[in-house]
Ligand binder design. Structure first.
Ligand SMILES: NC(=O)c1ccc[n+]([C@@H]2O[C@H](COP(=O)([O-])OP(=O)(O)OC[C@H]3O[C@@H](n4cnc5c(N)ncnc54)[C@H](O)[C@@H]3O)[C@@H](O)[C@H]2O)c1
Length: 325
């Protein structure tokens, strides 16, 4: 019995996790309402279409399979949308997680990896950010993720569930053989947006050039989606061996500025698209960089493919394949 429930398994990151778990001998069962995910990206294991907020449908899936554990990615994650529609975000992300934990308890499934985010930290008070950094989210999306972390932590104590919450920094890149990759509509992430500008020779917007960084643009930490997927696998295997609960950062532990990303994309795609400076966006900190000592210690994990060049080369390979260029 090696079935793993992967909520959000038809999404960008979830589909990569399904591939990595499948290749390691597990059978991923993707549970997804396809609101932002894609049916075509479920190539390893099974797809069960359903919504976490439909508790009867979720229970049906728990009755059909015997699960060894759960990787819980299903969530809405557009920061701007969360500010405009917080009820939608709390309902989808928090209530959905509540239903999941209720079913896990009922069916005695006791291992959980949760997709959390660096957005739980809010504006950094020091950098790089370790897991002891204060949590003070600055948008409803980050609040819902922090609330789910707390919910899981409370429920784990009373309902015998062991968990690892992985706090992702910026996830990018794709599967090394370009079978799956990032395909959001609308897209909000910098690398696919800049690749789009490179391909269409369109203008790329840079939001703010007066941050306290070397070149004035924001610095972010990027993690290759295959490194991230490996961290999930190692986390899950550690839950199989010992009963423990952790909150762990997963990032590349290096920063790249918006201008650096643009320069590298121009070089790799051999293009020279135009950029235009726009006003800063509210709530964008100068720099977000992960300290990843804990993941090294607990999971024996380090990112091997998260140089910004490797991430862009892979994202471009996928972009060309997906758009048939
Ligand atoms: N992409 C990043 O850089 C990043 C960074 C930090 C954290 N995360 C977290 O990682 C997870 C996956 O992100 P992603 O980029 O792959 O997003 P995604 O939108 O591609 O994937 C999310 C998946 O969840 C599904 N889903 C959403 N609500 C659901 C519900 N109620 N019931 C069933 N399915 C539902 C969607 O259809 C989609 O397939 C999210 O929880 C997100 O918050 C992502």
């Amino acid at each position: 019995m090696k079935n793993i429930l992967v909520t959000g398994g038809a999404g960008y990151i979830g589909s990569h996790i399904c591939k990595v778990f499948y290749n390691s001998g597990f059978t991923p069962i993707a549970f997804d309402n396809l609101s932002t995910g894609n049916k075509w990206s479920v190539k390893w294991g099974e797809l069960e279409v359903g919504d976490l907020n439909n508790n009867d449908r979720l229970t049906e899936v728990f009755e059909k399979y015997k699960f060894l554990g759960v990787v819980h990615l299903a969530a809405l994650s557009n920061v701007e949308q969360s500010c405009n529609n917080p009820i939608l975000y709390y309902k989808n992300n928090l209530l959905g997680s509540y239903n999941l934990l209720e079913n896990m308890t009922k069916f005695k499934v006791d291992k959980l990896i949760f997709s959390s985010t660096a957005a739980v930290y809010g504006n950094p008070v020091y950098s790089p950010i370790d897991e002891r950094h204060p949590t003070n989210p600055i948008n409803p999306y980050g609040e819902t993720k922090l609330a789910v972390e707390k919910l899981i932590s409370h429920v784990s104590k009373t309902n015998n569930i062991n968990f690892i919450s992985l706090r992702y920094f910026n996830v990018a890149g794709c599967d090394f053989s370009y079978e799956i990759g990032e395909a959001h509509d609308p897209e909000t992430h910098i690398i696919p947006l800049a690749l789009n500008a490179a391909h269409n020779n369109s203008v790329f917007n840079i939001y703010g050039s007066d941050y306290s960084t070397n070149d004035g643009t924001c610095i972010r930490d990027y993690i290759h989606v295959m490194d991230l997927s490996e961290a999930h696998l190692l986390g899950f295997k550690s839950l199989l061996k010992k009963q423990s609960n952790y909150l762990i950062n997963v990032g590349g532990s290096k920063g790249a500025s918006v201008l650096e990303i643009i320069q590298k994309i121009k070089k790799i795609t051999k293009t020279d698209f135009k950029t235009q400076l726009k006003e800063r966006r509210v709530g964008d900190p100068d720099e977000l960089i992960a300290k990843i000592e804990k993941s090294k210690q607990i999971l024996n994990w380090t990112p091997k493919n998260s140089s910004i060049e490797k991430i862009i080369i892979d994202a471009w390979g996928w972009y060309k394949r997906y758009n048939k260029i």
